[in-house]
Design a protein around this ligand. Structure first.
Ligand SMILES: Cc1cc2nc3c(=O)[nH]c(=O)nc-3n(C[C@H](O)[C@H](O)[C@H](O)COP(=O)(O)OP(=O)(O)OC[C@H]3O[C@@H](n4cnc5c(N)ncnc54)[C@H](O)[C@@H]3O)c2cc1C
Length: 381
């Protein structure tokens, strides 16, 4: 088995697959349409009853704190069902709030884990002709920071209660300067949603403006100076999740194609009886096998406690790009009906494109993989 995963995780995966295939599938609308709020609530409650909801949550808050390999197994299995977003099955993890301490932790972490409050990650800056002169920055004013700037692509920002914002703190006498991850409540004076937009994959995002938004220094996660490092750690988790999601979606796609090419065809012969079709199908299977092998080797490296940042970037590029190729090939083998609005491959084709940008553009990650090797001697072959 390419995954080489221990028996307890195989059991977990089997239970999750059964839950998704039986209980969740029975709750979903037959026409593949939108999931209502009521159905979403029922799915969450059923997931809670089975113990999946708390899988990724910290032990000190009653969760099971799954390890990296377990997370990968779970993310992949949920994506392989291609039926519901992972957030309906898995309760929110601490995310960037893992580093929150004191009153900030008390005020936000518990409500986030209970699903009562939501945060969004504000990292990406506007580019192009109207890009600001300098990236989002903050100046100190006593025990506060005054934040100014813009963030251009904040997923879920319209319905979030707070944003975790990467800022550059200016030097001031006696206080450290540098990047910082700062928690900014949405209703802070000086914080404006400039634009709401949706993307091809169906996600909803906002562009934010900060105009001398005043935030206590106590809202800094970690300390001033280590913001970029912290952001990279958070993004590394997201990249592994995206890699696992890509591999799950590949499994769904390859299964879809094999069902399609072995079903009756108007020509009288099954598509899968033609050698040319078999060759194309086999490529999809080989690519998915290679991507899953990359994913699980990377997950095991990370699980062992080794620094796997380079491998996770490599996996993210490989798995998301391979998924793009596989879904494209699946559309071709399925024919015109795959592009009819509402067809699962049509929806998937739109969804997978974003994975090569979200969590870091492929080419930027490629450069980082090279940099990791050449400048830091990191990364394995
Ligand atoms: C669905 C989705 C959700 C997202 N959610 C969030 C979010 O919640 N929070 C957030 O902060 N951001 C989010 N993003 C933004 C995402 O992180 C950025 O789109 C991504 O990092 C690329 O940055 P950019 O769009 O500014 O493109 P740019 O940085 O302008 O790059 C555009 C292209 O130029 C090329 N390029 C750029 N720099 C280099 C280089 N050094 N070398 C070679 N080529 C280069 C690459 O081909 C790149 O794709 C999301 C994006 C998507 C698609």
């Amino acid at each position: 088995m390419p995954e080489s995963i221990p028996q307890d995780l195989l059991d977990l995966r089997a239970r999750l697959e059964a839950f998704l295939g039986d209980e969740v599938a029975a709750l979903l609308p037959n026409d593949g349409g939108e999931i209502s709020g009521d159905v979403a609530h029922q799915i969450r409650e059923r997931s809670r009853a089975h113990g999946f909801f708390s899988l990724m949550q910290p032990r000190e808050y009653g969760g099971q704190q799954a390890g990296i390999l377990a997370k990968v197994v779970v993310w992949e299995a949920i994506a392989a069902a291609n039926s519901v977003p992972a957030r309906l099955i898995l309760g929110p993890g601490p995310g960037t709030l893992e580093r929150a301490t004191g009153p900030l932790r008390e005020r936000l972490l518990e409500p986030v884990l209970r699903g009562e409050k939501r945060g969004a990650f504000a990292f990406t800056e506007p580019s192009g002709p109207d890009a600001p002169e300098r990236p989002t920055w903050a100046v100190r004013d006593g025990d506060d920071l005054l934040i100014t700037g813009r963030k251009s692509y904040v997923s879920g920002g319209a319905t979030s209660d707070f944003y975790t914002v990467l800022v550059n703190v200016d030097a001031s006498e006696g206080a450290p300067a540098g990047t910082a991850m700062v928690v900014v409540d949405r209703d802070t004076p000086g914080v404006t949603i400039d634009r709401r937009f949706s993307s091809l994959d169906g996600g909803h995002h906002v562009e934010l403006r900060f105009d001398q938004a005043r935030v206590s220094v106590a809202n800094v996660l970690g300390k001033v100076g280590d913001g970029m490092q912290g952001a990279l750690r958070d993004i590394t988790d997201e990249r592994l999740e995206l890699s696992a999601t890509a591999c799950g979606l590949m499994q769904w796609t390859v299964r879809y194609v094999v069902d399609h090419i072995t079903a009756p065809h108007p020509s009288g012969n099954r598509l899968g009886d033609r050698e040319g079709v078999r060759l194309r199908y086999s490529d999809l299977q080989i690519q998915a096998y290679a991507a899953r092998s990359v994913l699980y080797r990377t997950a095991r490296l990370a699980e062992s406690g080794e620094n796997a940042m380079n491998e996770i970037m490599a996996a993210k590029v490989f798995c998301t790009e391979t998924l793009g190729t596989i879904v494209d090939g699946a559309v071709q083998l399925t024919g015109g009906q795959a592009l009819v609005s509402g067809h699962p491959l049509e929806a998937l084709y739109r969804r997978v494109r974003s994975l090569r940008l979200a969590g870091g553009a492929s080419d930027v990650l490629r450069l980082n993989v090279a940099r990791g090797r050449i400048e830091f001697g990191a990364g394995r072959v």
